[in-house]
Write a protein that binds this ligand. Structure first.
Ligand SMILES: Cc1cc2nc3c(=O)[nH]c(=O)nc-3n(C[C@H](O)[C@H](O)[C@H](O)COP(=O)(O)O)c2cc1C
Length: 175
């Protein structure tokens, strides 16, 4: 569908386990952002890459918010388990993450600082529980000033199962 003559990478961070969803805490077997990342791959193809930290986050929601708060305050760069094999192969990157404290998890900083995104196109997509993309697009711009950053899509975490239409119209906008 989108960017048909270019190879796409769909890189995402997502956390399974207990998470806030409206008035409830729910146990997610697959993280919300991962659901969207896989839908994007289903619609447009491309390669999936999970941005995964060596140190796992707690299953508990509140504990994770505390860990994440400290990482944000310390401007941490959590170590990742893997690197993209050949980033040069990709012109277009769909970058997915949950909104954590108003921006992306610090692991996404580690990811963005690991490659040269000069001339590459980045489409951010973010799942959240009310804050939308927050400061994340500005933060991508700061870390990758020479990338072509296009307007992102935000999706309410508890609505990911019903996001196909909004997702497809966002993807179609940039064919
Ligand atoms: C550590 C942490 C911080 C969060 N901070 C916010 C926030 O500031 N604003 C918001 O709308 N949602 C926040 N959320 C909710 C997540 O953005 C939302 O549940 C998201 O869909 C989770 O995606 P995932 O399952 O792919 O990890 C937070 C969740 C966690 C675990």
């Amino acid at each position: 569908m989108a960017q048909s003559n270019k190879k796409c990478l769909i890189a995402y961070f997502s956390r399974k386990g207990y998470n806030y969803a409206g008035n409830n805490i729910v146990n997610l077997p697959i993280g919300n952002t991962e659901v969207i990342a896989k839908k994007i791959q289903g619609f447009i193809g491309g390669d999936l890459f999970e941005i995964k930290t060596i140190k796992q986050y707690p299953l508990d929601y509140t504990e994770t918010t505390e860990v994440a708060k400290v990482e944000l305050r310390n401007n941490a760069r959590p170590e990742l388990t893997d690197k993209v094999k050949n980033m040069d192969n990709y012109d277009v990157i769909y970058l997915g993450y949950p909104n954590w404290w108003g921006t992306f998890p610090m692991a996404v900083c580690t990811f963005l600082e690991s490659y040269d995104f000069t001339g590459k196109t980045i489409f951010p997509f973010c799942t959240h529980e009310g804050s939308g993309l927050g400061r994340s697009e500005r933060d991508i711009k700061k870390l990758c000033p020479d990338a072509n950053l296009l307007p992102g899509l935000d999706i309410l975490g508890r609505s990911v199962a019903n996001a196909d239409n909004v997702l497809q119209s966002w993807l179609k906008k940039h064919i």
